[in-house]
Design a protein around this ligand. Structure first.
Ligand SMILES: C[S@@+](CC[C@H](N)C(=O)[O-])C[C@H]1O[C@@H](n2cnc3c(N)ncnc32)[C@H](O)[C@@H]1O
Length: 369
């Protein structure tokens, strides 16, 4: 099922009211169910965090309170949500509340545990490129497992992929797009974030010029009609970013002010409430389990930054500021992903699109267009 029009309408309404009156409502909640993970990625230290998990009833209570406050979309993540035994119950509860539910996953457990996510609406599957590139970041054997996971979900549940661009895969952009077209899915790209729980990622840090070139290529491919979900505005932001070692910046743009803590928020595995996941463990956080979500959300301060490299957060900020270009892009992608997930986009390039086998890596489009 693609995102219901009613959900879209209530999000647009909340965004407009926030703009006009400053009214804050967590219409989009991200919830980390566990820090545990079945794999170790070179750019992620979340499993080292190992924070205590909430009881199922505590999770339910936060969801109930979130729904009463207007939450319409729940993003489940971790760690790896599929190692969280009660995942089906959490999804079932959120579904009964009428939320649109997405799950971030490395896909390894999907062949065995598809039933655990069967009631979700959409999956975000991590895929970093062909075998060598993917396994370098995510461990030997991971590529085969994620491809088996994609096969298990293909045609059964809408999904798209998340590719983290770094030193291991900058030359994999066209492989990703060809594979997306051949198998039939859409792709998102993001760059490395750095903080205490993700690590400094020195080993995988790409050369800045090479990263910009890969980003220009993705923007060019999107303009050509390849299945790139990431918006042009986000890709342009990435291309123009002054220093990729910094994930957040102050005061860069007043055009699309950050609405983290205003229209969306992140609950960590122990119930701490943060404006977004990039800020976990970097600031004092009220606890939604102990104080209740309404009180915690009241206390939540504004994020101590204005702009970030974060993929989903940048996109949320564009969309929740009602930017027409990005909003239209996301609406089309969310509506289109059902059609793309394992059913369409098969076969050779369509008329008017380049054959990427013949054109392995070239960016024709200058930055900023
Ligand atoms: C933290 S993971 C959790 C879900 C699941 N375990 C997975 O691997 O997809 C969510 C997403 O964040 C991405 N990620 C992890 N560390 C990152 C980093 N340092 N910078 C950017 N993205 C990162 C992962 O690749 C994944 O797509």
């Amino acid at each position: 099922m693609s995102i219901p029009l009613g959900t879209v309408a209530s999000m647009v309404h909340a965004a407009a009211m926030h703009r006009l009156t400053g009214r804050r409502r967590p219409i989009n909640l991200m919830l980390a169910l566990t820090d545990r993970c079945n794999i170790r990625c070179g750019y992620c230290a979340i499993p080292d965090r190992g924070a205590p998990e909430m009881a199922l009833e505590e999770v339910y209570k936060i969801l109930d309170e979130g729904r009463a406050m207007g939450c319409r979309r729940l993003g489940l993540w971790g760690g790896e949500p599929l190692v969280y035994r009660r995942l089906p119950e959490v999804i079932g509860h959120a579904k009964r509340l009428g939320m649109f539910i997405t799950v971030d996953t490395n896909a390894h457990l999907l062949p065995k545990r598809f039933d655990a996510v069967a009631d979700a609406h959409h999956l975000n599957i991590s895929l970093d490129g062909p075998r060598e590139a993917h396994d370098r970041a995510r461990g030997a054997g991971s590529f085969d497992q994620v491809m088996a996971g994609i096969e298990a979900v293909r045609g059964r549940l809408p999904f798209w992929t998340i590719t983290v661009l770094a030193a291991h895969n900058l030359d994999s952009v066209d492989w990703m797009l060809r594979t997306a077209r051949e198998i039939g899915f859409l792709t998102t790209f993001q760059v490395l974030h750095h903080n205490d729980i993700l690590g400094d990622n020195e080993e995988l840090r790409p050369d800045d010029a090479d990263l910009r070139e890969a980003l220009r290529l993705i923007l060019a491919r999107k303009k050509e009609g390849w299945p790139v979900v990431s918006s042009k505005r986000y890709l342009r932001r990435l291309i123009e970013w002054p220093d990729y070692r910094k994930t957040i910046l102050d005061d860069r743009s007043k055009l699309f002010p950050c609405v983290a803590g205003g229209l969306y928020a992140n609950v960590d595995v122990s119930g701490h409430l943060y404006p977004c996941s990039i800020l976990i463990d970097t600031m004092d956080a009220p606890n939604a389990r102990d104080e209740g979500l309404p009180a915690a959300f009241d206390k939540l301060g504004k994020a101590p930054c204005d702009v970030c490299l974060g993929g989903c957060f940048s996109e949320y900020n564009f969309v929740f500021n009602l930017d027409p270009e990005t909003s239209w892009n996301w609406f089309r992608m969310m509506r289109g992903t059902r059609a793309a997930s394992g059913r369409a986009a098969l076969g050779p390039p369509q008329h008017g699109q380049p054959d990427l086998h013949a054109s392995p890596r070239s960016a024709e489009t200058p930055a900023g267009q």
